[in-house]
Design a protein around this ligand. Structure first.
Ligand SMILES: [Mg+2]
Length: 177
């Protein structure tokens, strides 16, 4: 059970993630969460750092798609601001339910072992992607403030972090890179 919450890789911020690392693992597509993974949830547009990270991935041949639980307008505004060619996004994804991941796999014609997912939440991003057996990358949230429903998730997240630490699987703040 705890395994479903455990990321394969744990980093402080998305900027630690290099395309070479993903390519070595055979990853061809990176699924990005937006809120508190790439920008704070109350910041509408990507900053230069986020834009260059996404461009760097695409230039290295790794496709980027966005799967977010947030509403369409927020996701579209952010994704348009990334200035990517043919961006693909799945708003209102209801993570951890796996159907958006499943839809994405079908539409993007990739297999599970070619997909990595980066996100800041154990209860949504990691659980959903682990259910789908995708490669999971956890980041620390960019800022501590959260949306109200995320605050609720964080209470459970703290409990899961406690259990993960107790079982020696993952310690909060002890990053792989
Ligand atoms: Mg998030």
């Amino acid at each position: 059970m705890l395994k479903l919450f455990t990321p394969n890789y744990y980093i402080r911020k998305y900027t630690s993630l290099r395309p070479e690392f993903l390519k070595e693992k055979g990853i061809k597509l990176l699924v990005c969460d937006i809120d508190n993974t790439l920008v704070p949830h109350d910041v509408a547009l990507p900053d230069e750092e986020a834009k260059s990270f996404l461009k760097k991935m695409q230039e290295a041949g790794i496709r980027v798609v966005f799967i977010s639980n947030n509403v369409e307008e927020r996701v579209k505004t952010f994704v348009d601001g990334c200035e990517l060619e043919n961006p693909v996004s799945y708003p209102f994804a209801c993570k951890p339910l796996p159907f958006s991941y499943r839809k994405m796999l079908k539409e993007m014609a990739v297999s599970r072992n070619e997909v990595a997912v980066i996100g800041d939440q154990l209860m949504t991003d990691m659980l959903g992607a682990n259910i789908m057996r995708l490669f999971t990358i956890l980041t620390a949230p960019i800022v501590q403030r959260d949306l109200s429903f995320t605050k609720f998730n964080r209470i459970f997240e703290r409990m899961v972090f406690f259990l993960l630490e107790k079982s020696g699987k993952l310690k909060r703040g002890e990053f792989d890179e």
